[in-house]
Design a protein around this ligand. Structure first.
Ligand code: SF4
Length: 262
């Protein structure tokens, strides 16, 4: 094994003096102590030693688009939770109600705005109306977790009044971004307000039902709101909703269910 010899020692002292000079030390007292750096004798590697392997860079995992959209939805949810654009709704709501369900669902169901139960629980379509919607979803052969549920307006209007135009405009960007991130293949608008809002047509629900409209390039079916179906004692809205769900299923290329909302 060879070690560094006297020539290396001279070279290291010279290098040290040069570094002192570079640091502004111009005089070293003659005969005085010179701070000599700690010199370490480094054994030279044997000539036939293999080259030290260079650590390979860690592979960058491919981006998961679904995971990335989930993260973006979480960011959007936090934005909605902190939003105070509508001063009245902000001051009267318990909380904003964002939405829930699967990404890339076959169907997304869209309501108008949270009611009192949704406002209290922070979840869309809970309470009696939520039970009716659950039966509508089941009649189509889906589960609640397999579709996506959300409202056009994220905060409850006081006494469940109809949202104002200003509130619709304020919340429109949230809804659109959420829609783009969820990417449903079909949309069902629940009730006359959302049916007009998403179809862009100033028409009655009776006029909008029975036709496949489009919302941002996605097939859109208009039907009754579960709260209205629940309150209707004649059974008419339930029957009409059954027809609308059959239209949805035929648009999806699926078998029609045996029954609609019960
Ligand atoms: S309704 Fe929408 S825009 Fe208005 S305060 Fe709630 S989240 Fe914000």
């Amino acid at each position: 094994m060879s070690v560094e010899g006297p020539i290396d020692l001279v070279q290291q002292v010279r290098a040290h003096l040069e570094s002192l000079q570079a640091a502004g030390v111009l005089l070293v007292p003659r005969g005085g102590p010179i701070a000599v750096p700690q010199l370490r004798l480094v054994p030279a590697p044997p000539p036939d030693a293999p080259a030290r392997p260079v650590a390979a860079a860690a592979p960058v995992p491919p981006a998961d688009p679904l995971e990335s959209r989930r993260r973006d939805l979480d960011v959007l949810r936090a934005e909605v939770a902190a939003c105070d654009r509508c001063s009245e709704l902000f001051s009267t709501r318990t909380q904003a109600v964002f939405g829930s369900g699967a990404l890339d669902p076959d169907v997304a169901f869209v309501g108008e705005a949270p009611g009192s139960a949704e406002d209290a629980q922070g979840e869309p379509f809970v309470g009696k109306g939520g039970d009716v919607l659950g039966r509508m979803i089941g009649a189509c052969g889906f589960t609640r977790a397999g579709v996506y549920l959300f409202n056009a307006i994220k905060c409850r209007p006081p006494k469940n009044r109809t949202p104002t135009s200003a509130e619709c405009i304020n919340c429109r960007d949230f809804f659109r971004r959420q829609f783009e991130l969820v990417k449903p293949k079909h949309v069902v608008a629940l009730g006359p307000f959302v049916s007009r809002l998403l179809s862009g047509k100033n028409a009655t629900l009776a006029e909008l039902r029975g036709t496949v409209h489009q919302y941002r390039g996605v097939p859109l079916i208009c039907t009754h709101h579960p709260d209205d179906i629940e309150k209707d004692k004649t059974g008419r809205l339930k029957r009409e909703t059954g027809f609308d769900l059959k239209l949805l299923l035929s648009t999806l290329g699926r078998e029609a269910p045996g029954a609609g909302a019960k």
